[in-house]
Ligand binder design. Structure first.
Ligand code: PHE
Length: 341
């Protein structure tokens, strides 16, 4: 039996050292140590040994088993290391292959302009408010003192969302005047930028969706002088300190008096050119003193409080600032266009 055990040990250790794959190693483990393995077969013969020999052979068999197990373990580690080395060898990186270019995006030019404008108003102590694009006709028109027969209420001009003309896509940001006063009361100083919708055909200067920035200031003793002073200051921040402005009488249902504000064409200095369509002036916003009825509609006493409001088109501002000639370019999101800014 001793010779048998010696033979198993040396045969096992030899073949284990010669294995090249983990599967071969496992096969050897079964061959020698498994239930039907060679070592087990020898152990089964132990019963026939004498009482003195049995523990000696038992000890020897255990030594053989331990030696085979250790050999399998260390060979397994060697094979794993070799497999890793082979894998690393096969997966070497070719640093000369050109990499994949990552495109990094940036802010849309219109939002660059919007952020500048927000900054100007924040510095003047205004708050920024956000409001719903799906609006009630009450807020978009009625509370803004717009008569029932006003042409802006026509189905041909406004996207209504129900048969009774109660809800609509807001046609202006002015309903935010009402919402702001109802929610926060007076005194108030806010701007509210956002999308507005009108049934316009798309062309170089029209789009059924565009952006406005609404502004509202209400307090005791606010006058037309505050309106002019504030808007002149804002316009000079946006268009430069030497910009010449013109306040032209106009009509809006929710302001009285109302005006439109033009800037003298910065391209031609007022002589007339393609940029100002020969006018010498470019319209930049609508404004006026908040109508007493609008204040009353919001539960504010017009004898005590007064205010001014204004609304400007964001696309037009961005087009002027970046010399963009066609409104459609702003919305098409053509990367060749946008990457210029
Ligand atoms: N909401 C008006 C428009 O869309 C602009 C405006 C706002 C006029 C506030 C006066 C006061 O034309």
């Amino acid at each position: 039996m001793k010779e048998q055990l010696e033979a198993i040990r040396s045969a096992a250790l030899d073949s284990i050292a010669g294995t090249k794959a983990a599967a071969d190693l496992e096969a050897l483990r079964v061959k020698y140590l498994g239930k039907k393995g060679e070592l087990t077969a020898v152990l089964k013969q132990m019963g026939s040994l004498s009482a003195e020999l049995r523990p000696v052979m038992g000890q020897m068999a255990n030594d053989v088993r331990a030696a085979v197990e250790t050999a399998i373990e260390s060979q397994s580690a060697i094979l794993a290391q070799k497999a890793l080395e082979a894998k690393l060898e096969a997966e070497t990186v070719d640093v000369t292959i050109p990499g994949k270019h990552q495109e990094v995006g940036h802010k849309h030019p219109m939002y660059t302009v919007l952020d500048e404008i927000k900054e100007i108003f924040l510095n003047m102590g205004f708050e920024i408010m956000d409001g719903p694009e799906i609006e009630q006709a009450d807020y978009n028109f009625t509370k803004l003192n717009t008569p029932d027969d006003h042409p802006a209420r026509e189905w041909s001009d406004t996207f209504y969302l129900d048969e009774e003309s109660k809800t609509l896509l807001r046609t202006q940001t002015s309903p935010m005047q009402i919402r702001a006063m109802e929610t926060y009361g007076v005194p108030i100083r806010m701007i509210s930028p956002g999308r507005v919708y009108r049934k316009d055909e798309v062309d170089a200067t029209h789009s059924p969706m565009f952006h406005q920035i609404e502004g509202l200031v209400v307090d005791k003793g606010i006058t037309m002088a505050d309106l002019k002073g504030t808007l002149n200051a804002v316009i000079r921040e946006i268009y430069g300190p030497n910009t010449v402005t013109r306040f032209r009488p106009h009509h809006f249902p929710f302001t009285e008096p109302s005006c439109e504000v033009d800037i003298q064409c910065h391209k031609c200095g007022g002589v007339g050119c393609p940029t100002c369509k020969g006018e010498g002036w470019i319209e930049v916003l609508g404004a006026g003193m908040v109508h007493p009825k609008v204040l009353r509609n919001c539960g504010i006493d017009p004898e005590e409080y007064s205010g001014f409001a204004f609304g400007m088109g964001l696309e037009r501002l961005a087009m002027g600032q970046f010399k963009i000639s066609d409104l459609r370019l702003i919305f098409e999101n053509d990367i060749r266009f946008l990457s210029q800014f």
